[in-house]
Design a protein around this ligand. Structure first.
Ligand code: SAM
Ligand code: SF4
Length: 334
């Protein structure tokens, strides 16, 4: 098959990418067990990180190729100084309709207003437990109250929807499924249960620690009012549900039990400027070196289009041939 027409990022399986996740740093002030080891992380030299100008230039190129949604992530994106300056630059790029942020919430309360004013539209906060002690065990930091205060604070801002990412690990926090379901019923939050993936964790991923979506749905339905489905898979990875009388929603990201690769519309840039077409990619395209060597927009467009064109069909988690990426989730950008 030939390369697709210009102005669109299509791959050989017919999928079109419009969603770009940009990691702005590999550093983090948490040490979530499923994401990175407690000690021994070696951070990138700051000169290796894309500058805000370089990121904005790339967003401009990607927008010309049909990207209209941006998500800033990391590492912990709010550890990057004055992130609102980057948000403002991205918001000015023609064609960008949506700028979201995924954060552990620690620095959110103090930065939320500046981010919103700069053009941020949505926030996802990771919160794996509603019990401060369990939370501290999972992220290896005693920061529950600070994250919860940030969630309460952003409820008063027009940043919508507010999503909460919860990684359920069997035997660790699965006894909180009902409490998170209640949260999605009583607060205007979208609680997203994410299946534990074999990437970056030093906590010994095994399939029996994964709590599959179907089991979570059965658990919720057997202990309270039944979930009402909102939509089937579209290009969204999460299946969405609500309660008849609920203020929020529940979403499921079933990356292990029911991968959504066939409809995936996402691509990623790591904080050191590598294009990845999948979280589990074994190949990267080095855009930073090209930019720093003076490549033109046309040259970048061509290399990006070719990179996306050869996007893999899907990941092979829990199937023969699966190879765990060398980088941790925080180094790739979750
Ligand atoms: N530091 C920010 C945060 O935690 O929200 C953004 C980066 S973090 C890598 C992005 C998301 O990846 C988080 O919601 C986190 O829970 C999720 N994550 C990290 N490691 C994971 C794993 N092994 N399995 C499933 N989700 C994981
Ligand atoms: Fe940090 Fe996010 Fe990884 Fe937790 S999941 S260690 S907060 S990057």
């Amino acid at each position: 098959m030939d390369l697709p027409q210009t102005g669109i990022l299509r791959d050989t399986f017919g999928r079109v990418a419009n969603n770009l996740r940009i990691s702005v740093t590999d550093r983090c002030n948490f040490r979530c067990r499923y994401c990175m080891p407690e000690e021994g992380m070696v951070w990138l030299d700051r000169r290796e990180l894309l500058t805000y100008e370089e990121i904005a230039r790339l967003v401009h190129v990607f927008a010309g190729l049909g990207i209209d949604k941006i998500r800033l992530t990391g590492g912990e994106p709010l550890m990057r100084r004055e992130l609102h300056i980057l948000v403002e630059k991205i918001a000015r790029v023609p064609g960008i309709k949506d700028i979201a942020l995924t954060t552990n919430g620690f620095f959110l309360a103090e930065q939320a207003v500046a981010l919103y004013k700069a053009g941020l539209t949505r926030v996802t906060v990771s919160l794996d437990s509603l019990n401060p002690k369990v939370f501290a065990t999972m992220v290896r930091r005693d920061y529950f109250h600070k994250v919860w205060a940030a969630l309460e604070m952003i409820e008063n801002l027009p940043l919508r929807p507010i999503k909460i990412n919860v990684v359920i690990i069997r035997g660790v926090n699965d006894n909180e499924i009902e409490n998170f379901a209640r949260l999605a019923r009583t607060k205007p939050f979208i609680v997203r249960f994410i299946e534990f993936m074999p990437i970056g964790s030093d906590d010994g991923w095994t399939i029996d620690k994964v709590f599959p979506t179907k089991e979570i749905i059965d658990r919720i339905n057997s202990t309270g009012p039944e979930l009402v489905p909102l939509e089937a898979h579209g290009v969204q990875p999460a299946d969405r549900y609500r309660f008849e009388d609920g203020l929020g929603e529940i979403g499921f990201v079933s990356s292990v039990s029911e991968p959504f690769c066939s409809t995936c519309n996402r691509i990623r840039i790591t904080s050191d400027g590598k294009l990845r077409t999948c979280l589990f990619s074994l190949h990267e395209t080095d855009l930073k070196t090209m930019m720093r060597a003076g490549s033109t927009e046309e040259e970048l467009r061509e290399v990006i289009s070719k990179g996306v064109w050869s996007k893999e069909e899907g990941h092979l988690i829990n199937r023969p041939g699966f190879i765990r990426p060398e980088r941790t989730m925080s180094q790739i950008g979750g």
